[in-house]
Design a protein around this ligand. Sequence first.
Ligand SMILES: Cc1ncc(COP(=O)(O)O)c(C=O)c1O
Length: 461
Amino acid sequence: MTVISEKRPIVPGLRPPEFGSGTPPKEELAIHGGPRAFRQPRGQPQPKIGTDEFLAIARRFGFQPDAMARLRGAVSVADLPADGPNFAKYRVGRPAPSAGSQFEAAAREYFGSPYALGVSSGTGALHAAMVAVGAGPGKEVVVPGLGFLATAMAAVLAGATPVFCDVDDSLQMDPEKLEACLSPRTVALAPTHHWGGVADMEPIIAIARKHKLAVIEDCAQSPGATYHGQRVGTIGDIGCFSISAYKIIGAGEGGLVLAKDERQFDRINQLAESGGLWRPDRFAPPRYEGELFAGTNYRMSELEAAADVVQLGKLDAVVGRYRQAYHRILGQLQRVREVRPQRLNDRAGVLGYLLRFFPRTEGLRAKLLTALRAEGVPASSPGPDTGPDWHFCGDMFPLRPYLTTASGPQRCQVAADLYHREIRIAIDQWWTSEDCDAVAKGINKVLTAYGAAVGHTAVGW
Ligand SMILES: Cc1ncc(COP(=O)(O)O)c(C=O)c1O
């Protein structure tokens, strides 16, 4: 190989050697009318995502061989355009609306909310909401002592400090203890609608208005529940949902944020999609103070969104089935002196997939649990004999620095007591009336065997 050194002296009359061997014939440049070097590529493009990927998804989720054969027939590479599909929410130049925007439109309609953003998780939804209301370094957000650690963790992700408020016998944030949790640094209240129940929103909203605080509702465990006739998630300023496979609707991993205020919604978008694709002009300077800041990517996948449009369409029916079963059982239960039912902040509005009550003593809790299980009633309890649990603030070990302060779990004595004394019955939405009656009978058998009956009211508990 000839190596040309820049320092090589140029001898007059001697031309430096050309690259390669010999001198290639000079060809007319295309800009001077010569032939183009590269016209049509000979390589035949294949779709980025084709039959194999679709079938891999179907296989992953357990479709039977005959269904797979039908799917293969329906999803043929020949049907797919060369450049797609690419499963992206923001698809430039495509006429069909993205599944993400369809899901958001469906959510706006279902909840009657002016703004909705599909995101990749409930945690992402909460993080975006926290940042949107100004939670950040030096600020505090009040969260309930019972819920899920993601709510408090979202405040920490935003740079703020979570302050735990105790619960009452509804197991929801106790409005009477809320004001004692406030400080000049508080920017938001973030009640969780705990496990199919609803928080007592009227006094919570009143306290928020009085102190000019934002309200973020964590609805991950109670989508479709209502409080005084209004869907949870639309009562405060921002509603956050998880739509993961572990929730009552959801197909994989997803989340939803509802908002009422346009600027707050911009900030939710900026945190969740800092690529700026949400903006009318992506690269434009900020349109107003606070519009742009460093965010992350919590964009919802198109696969998730497509499934969630369908899931959202099923929510009312799911809620209806749970409520019917829950109320049918609740209405038959006998009161006994030694057992206190969970108080309901809105009896008609709860989702009702967990029926909960509190035996007076730890000893009674253990006896009832054993007897209920023997009757076939699906009872469980996070009692002292079970391990730590991220639904009780005292066990939220990833938040340890925030658990040792005066605002930590030691002020949540009711949560600690009731959570570890409760018995919960998991209601199945598919139970028939006979199933519900049999479960109610099993609970009554056990309650009256171990407790002193105090009568049976027309509405049961
Ligand atoms: C009350 C509550 N908030 C938030 C979350 C977090 O949702 P995700 O798992 O989708 O991030 C959960 C999930 O378990 C939850 O139960």
